[in-house]
Design a protein around this ligand. Structure first.
Ligand SMILES: [Zn+2]
Length: 81
């Protein structure tokens, strides 16, 4: 598997579909390719931030909205203090 193939499969793998074509090839590529590992780690982080944002504030998973929500939260804390 080449990086160009991995970049197409990463988002599907991230959604946790175990039947996706090439999952095993993808995982073995991740073991040997630090570039794709870094991309995958970043995607996992963004997904996790989105999950936290949805559970905390019920908002969309877009990172810019997550940051906005954090800033508003800080402003509320500052006002209360
Ligand atoms: Zn790669």
């Amino acid at each position: 598997m080449q990086c160009i193939d991995a970049e197409r499969i990463l988002p599907v793998l991230l959604d946790g579909d175990p039947d996706v074509w090439g999952t095993r090839a993808m995982l073995s590529h991740l073991l040997t390719c630090s570039d794709c590992r870094e991309i995958f780690a970043n995607m996992l982080l963004v997904k996790a931030m989105g999950d936290v944002a949805r559970s905390q504030w019920g908002r969309s998973s877009r990172p810019d909205r997550v940051e906005g929500a954090v800033e508003r939260r800080k402003a509320q804390v500052d006002t209360a203090a």
